[in-house]
Structures are given as C-alpha cells and as structure tokens.
Design a protein around this ligand. Structure first.
Ligand SMILES: Cc1cc2nc3c(=O)[nH]c(=O)nc-3n(C[C@H](O)[C@H](O)[C@H](O)COP(=O)(O)O)c2cc1C
Length: 205
C-alpha cells in the first residue's frame, strides 16, 4: 500500500504519528508575559544535535509554550515518566493563558539556575534552554502554515541523584513515556547496547 495526499479509506485514521513512533515527549515549561509558569507536553519534539546541545518542539497553532518561549527567550524541558503520566496529561488541557499548569497538575516548581523559567522538580531530569530560533513553518510552495517551531540551546542540565549509576543517567530506571499514534503511549523499560562497526573492529583486534 502507498498513498500521497489522499489516504485510502481502509486506513480509518492517519497513521503518520503511529509510524514516527515512539516520540519522546518534550514537557515544556515557560513563563508568560506576567511571569506565570506554564507547562505543556509536545511530542513533535526532538534533540537536534550536541555540542552545543539543541532541542526543538513544534506547536500546531500559536500555543502558549511557543509564544512564551519566543517572547521570554527561554524554556525548560522536563522528562515525562510513567510516574508522572497523570500530571503530564493534566498539563495538556487547553486552559487560558495565566493558568498555572504546574499547580493544576500538583507539581513542584524546580528552581532553574541560569534562566527564570521553572522545570518539573519531580522529574528525573530537566534541561534549561535559551531560545535561539522561534519561527513559523512554510510548506513546499513557500506558503506559511499554522505551525511553529522553537529551537533551544541547553544551558543547564538537572538530574536527580538517584538516577545516576556508574557515571551514566539510567534512562530505563526513569521509565520515560513516549507518544505513539492515536491514543497510544509506550514506556522505556529496558536498554540494550550495540557497538558501532569501528568499535566492534577494535574489540576484535
Ligand atoms: C502527549 C502529548 C503530546 C502533545 N504534543 C503536541 C505537539 O507536539 N504539538 C502541539 O501543538 N500540541 C501537542 N499536544 C497538545 C498540547 O499539549 C496542548 O494543546 C496544550 O494545551 C498546549 O499547552 P500550551 O498552550 O500551554 O503550550 C500534545 C498533547 C499531549 C497529551
């Protein structure tokens, strides 16, 4: 099966998000113009590169996180985990600007070091980011679409001590949740290791 602009009727629902899955959830903290904390999950989210470490989230429509990250020039990322599922979901509710989703979700404000925006203190790991780009997306014909992305540079990394093992962040122990298609999520529960070809060759010699 393949298709272009028109999805065949046998596919009742768009499989796009089920194919690009699982997607990590960018749990984005911002401050609004009055300094009120805002929190929302974004699964159109990615790590763009390291050194400098950069992350991206994308907003379908002009949502508070995009506007705040653009206007304030900063945002936080907190790792959404199985234990925090309910809070993550509560923070996705469409509430008015100025409604503090940290409070609505019963979360504690983590105190950032280099920026003013808080992160989720209960999360095993969080990143403080400075906005380097906040832009509207254009389609293939150059027409603006109602989609917007933010790129942030990581300036501080927070890790709860209990998740550091042998000098590493223990991702599986944190049990991060990820978004798939439809209403589906998945949980990272185990890790397996694979060496790169160059490393395998070195191990053999
Ligand atoms: C797991 C999850 C992932 C989501 N990912 C996105 C996303 O990538 N882009 C988006 O625009 N909305 C996404 N949403 C919806 C937003 O979280 C929701 O619209 C929220 O109210 C936005 O909050 P804000 O206006 O405070 O930024 C997602 C919701 C959930 C539950």
């Amino acid at each position: 099966m393949h298709y272009g602009a028109t999805r065949p009727s046998v596919l009742k629902y768009d499989p796009f998000k089920a194919i690009i899955a699982p997607r990590p959830i960018g749990w984005i903290g911002t401050l609004n113009a009055d300094g009120v904390p805002n929190l929302g999950p974004y699964s159109f989210f990615a790590a763009l590169g390291s050194h400098p470490h950069m992350i991206l989230f994308s907003s379908e429509g002009l949502k508070h996180s995009y506007v705040n990250a653009k206007e304030r020039g900063e945002f936080t990322f907190s790792l959404a985990t199985e234990a925090l599922t309910e809070a993550m979901n509560v923070s996705s509710a469409a509430v008015a600007d100025g409604a503090n989703e940290f409070e609505l979700a019963g979360l504690t404000l983590g105190q950032s070091v280099e920026i003013a925006t808080p992160f989720v203190a209960e999360s095993p790991a969080a990143l403080e980011c400075v906005t380097v780009e906040a832009t509207q997306i254009h389609d293939r014909d150059g027409n603006p679409v109602d989609r917007y992305y933010v790129i942030g540079q990581v300036v501080q990394t927070h890790i709860r001590d209990e998740y550091v093992r042998d000098g590493r962040f223990d991702t599986a122990a944190a049990r991060p949740i990820a978004r798939m298609g439809y209403r589906d999520y998945s949980t990272v529960t185990e890790a397996w290791e694979l060496l790169r070809p160059e490393e395998l060759a070195k191990a053999d010699s």
